[in-house]
Design a protein around this ligand. Structure first.
Ligand code: FAD
Length: 434
């Protein structure tokens, strides 16, 4: 880390070897043997993908990579991809958001048609996706990976507080991340940073606790009289519990205070009304309760708990709307399967392989295998990880974790910090064809 700027060394300095050395690679991701591609044969069909995040971009790339002559159109509302993974480091001032912002030129170069636009409606009868500007995109198969949107109605005053800019979520990386960083920088020494965590499931189970650590690392150095309150609706830390508890105690004793069973009910200015107490903060960061993204809702894809899209795990095809496949955070997760970028990347590979096979009239892979590794920073430089492998269970028609195949770090280390940076670079390269 540079003593002058507080920034970590540039991401370009991370070597691929270190990632492979970690033994937790993406290389076997998704689906066993991918279908062989034939780039010069007749087109096997038109696939439209909505969402250029971890799920959608990966699917678009692998459809082209494995599908040969297949028409792939990716619809994404934003001009560039901004990564949520590593975005907590921006809050601590250890990375710039520009380092996590990447373009879609790699996908264009491999033959994906990238359309910047807002997908608005799906007509499964005519197999057409309609965009907000009126464009109609016909498809043979549609892949929807819209990520999450927020259940504002569950917290009184939250929408207004976010709209006014008083409160931030920073749970979609971009302007919100920068706004929260500015608030943290402007906070007085001796001020209170309070963050709220919704009940599970939400995007990135360890993400809020990583955020607490990284913001606390900054406060410890720059504003040591401050306090950081973690107000968790859940009864306990939701991922890597012992590792985060150790980090809170070892590095941030007296700075971080963790309060479980504390669900946010109402926001007014920077005041949070929780189930059993009121908290006034100088900076209030609310991770809102979540559901599948808006398009999933308007298209009738949400059919589990009023929040998530149910899928056939062999193909990722929706159990509500035929011909439409759903990926990533929007999906009702299989047992012990996290909502993560890595897992969205894996869903995408299962879907890409299955869509190609369905278009060719071939049988789909009956035994897919997926994996997940999630790194979390506990300081500016040290990280921990949790890893898991999930295999399809034909009897229960879902993915199940493979006993003994995953694991947790024994302790935080700077080596894992470097693996975490390398993981990010590799998954970005894998999804965006960089
Ligand atoms: C702070 C934080 C840290 C995280 N750290 C990690 C980590 O270390 N490792 C990890 O694996 N995961 C991490 N995650 C989780 C990860 O970011 C998500 O699980 C992942 O982004 C899910 O991928 P997705 O494709 O489902 O959704 P997204 O990546 O959110 O992609 C959805 C895309 O769809 C677009 N879109 C939505 N609706 C429309 C529409 N109607 N028309 C056009 N475009 C649309 C959006 O603009 C977006 O680009 C983290 C998340 C957060 C918030």
């Amino acid at each position: 880390m540079s003593a002058r700027t507080g920034r970590l060394p540039p991401l370009a300095g991370v070597r691929r070897r270190e990632w492979l050395g970690a033994g937790l690679g993406l290389a076997l991701a998704g689906c066993g043997t991918p279908p062989a591609s034939n780039p010069t044969g007749p087109s096997i069909g038109r696939v439209v993908v909505v969402g250029g995040g971890f799920g959608g971009a990966t699917a678009a790339r692998h459809l082209r990579l494995w599908g040969g002559n297949i028409d792939v159109t990716l619809v994404e509302r934003n001009p560039q991809f901004v990564s949520c993974p590593l975005s907590n480091l921006v809050l601590g001032g250890y990375r710039g958001l520009g380092e996590l912002t990447l373009g879609y030129d790699g996908l264009k170069a491999v033959g994906v048609k990238v359309v910047q636009g807002e997908a608005q409606a799906i007509d499964p009868a005519t197999k057409t996706l309609r965009l907000a500007d009126g464009t109609a995109l016909p498809y043979d198969r549609l892949i929807v990976a819209p990520g999450v949107d927020f259940l504002f109605e569950q917290v009184d005053g939250l929408k207004a507080a976010l709209d006014s800019g008083t409160v931030t979520h920073a749970w979609k990386a971009g302007p919100q991340t920068l706004a929260l960083r500015r608030q943290i920088e402007a906070m007085p020494d001796g001020g209170v940073f309070a963050m709220t965590i919704p009940r599970s499931p939400y995007r990135c189970p360890p993400g809020p606790y990583e955020r607490a650590c990284v913001v606390a690392a900054y406060l410890k150095a720059a504003k040591p009289k401050s306090k950081l309150l973690v107000l968790d609706a859940n009864p306990e830390i939701q991922s890597k519990k012992a590792l985060f508890e150790r980090a809170f105690k070892q590095h941030y004793d007296g700075l971080i205070e963790y309060r479980p069973n504390n669900e946010l009910k109402e926001v007014s200015g920077r005041q949070a009304r929780l189930e059993f107490e009121d908290v006034k903060a100088d900076v209030l960061n609310v991770v809102p309760p979540q559901r599948a993204g808006d398009l999933a809702r308007s298209a009738g894809l949400i059919n589990v708990n009023g929040r998530w899209a149910g899928v056939n795990w062999l193909t990722m095809e929706s159990t509500a709307v035929p011909g439409v496949h759903v990926l990533g955070d929007a999906v009702f997760a299989a047992p012990a399967m996290p909502k993560s970028g890595h897992m969205a990347n894996q869903h995408a590979k299962v879907a890409a392989a299955a869509v190609i096979q369905l278009l060719r009239g071939e049988a789909v892979n009956a035994a897919p295998l997926v994996m997940n590794t999630c790194y979390s920073f506990v300081s500016a430089t040290e990280a921990v990880h949790v890893a898991s492998v999930h295999t399809y269970d034909n009897a229960e028609k879902t993915f199940k974790p493979v006993a003994g195949a995953g694991g947790l770090s024994a302790a935080a280390s700077a080596d894992e910090g470097r693996y975490a940076q390398a993981w990010a670079q590799n998954v970005w390269a894998d999804m965006l064809a960089l």
